[in-house]
Design a protein around this ligand. Structure first.
Ligand code: URA
Length: 238
């Protein structure tokens, strides 16, 4: 990779700003001052110093976000704020993208990374990565719904979903609403909402709690994010 790209990706400024650092003899590669922004560098092999300090370059970034409602799971949008707008400028230089989509009104766990291979694995329909949601439902969820979800639900477009695990947390007869947890193995568009629709119910509130082995950190406020720990990254890759 070119040294100017690597330095920019490391949060040292724009390509133009990075060029100034190079011109000012502040960058050394393997003990040699480098001024040419086109110089090729391998961060796994070469020792890169910035003003004498070693650069700790990380090719991949992994962030866990507690997505709030009203924000789009995309990298750009003309109308709405995107999940990338919630990240610090220094955290977007390496161009993370959301792994999958949550609806604009859905809250909860969203992984953001620039690791394309991991994204591909987590989203592959062949891998059936479990996604668990907490949901508030208009209507009284019943044992019949649990059975139907276990057997697969036929959606309005005749698609039969894979088995899903539905757990009733509480039922409120007075307001005719229910609180549930649901684990699905797929990630079809509006899947949870369409599954409840298929059994005559509406989702009032939806929050993703986990994706594969990655569980939403309960200390993360809505809209807040943090880097995934080494253990979390290892579990995601396992
Ligand atoms: N299912 C939905 O209906 N919406 C989401 O955002 C995620 C799963």
């Amino acid at each position: 990779m070119r040294i100017d790209k690597l330095l920019a990706h490391s949060g040292l400024g724009t390509r133009k700003e990075v060029k100034k650092l190079l011109k000012a003899s502040m960058i050394e590669i393997n003990s040699e001052v480098i001024k040419d922004p086109k110089t090729q560098v391998d961060p796994d092999v070469d020792v890169i110093l910035i003003a004498g300090e070693a650069l700790d370059y990380q090719e991949f970034v992994y962030f866990m976000l507690n997505k709030p409602a009203g924000v789009i799971s995309a990298t750009e949008d003309d109308m709405h704020e995107t999940v990338l707008d919630l990240l610090q400028p220094s955290d977007i230089v390496q161009e993370p993208h959301p792994v999958g989509r949550l609806d604009i009104d859905t809250e909860g766990l969203l992984l953001l990374t620039n690791d394309g291979a991991l994204t591909h694995r987590l989203l592959s329909p062949k891998r059936h990565v479990d996604k668990t949601y907490f949901a508030e439902i208009e209507g009284l969820v019943s044992d019949k719904d649990i059975t139907q979800f276990k057997e697969g639900v036929t959606l309005a477009d005749d698609y039969v979903t894979m088995p899903a695990e539905l757990t009733i947390l509480s039922i409120d007869e007075e307001t005719q609403t229910s609180k549930v947890e649901i684990t699905i193995q797929e990630g079809k568009f509006h899947q949870v909402k369409r599954m409840f629709h298929a059994v005559g119910k509406d989702v009032l509130y939806l929050k993703r709690l986990s994706m594969g082995k990655l569980t939403l950190d309960p200390h993360l406020e809505l809209g807040a994010y943090r880097e995934c720990t080494k253990a979390e990254i290892a579990q995601l890759k396992a």
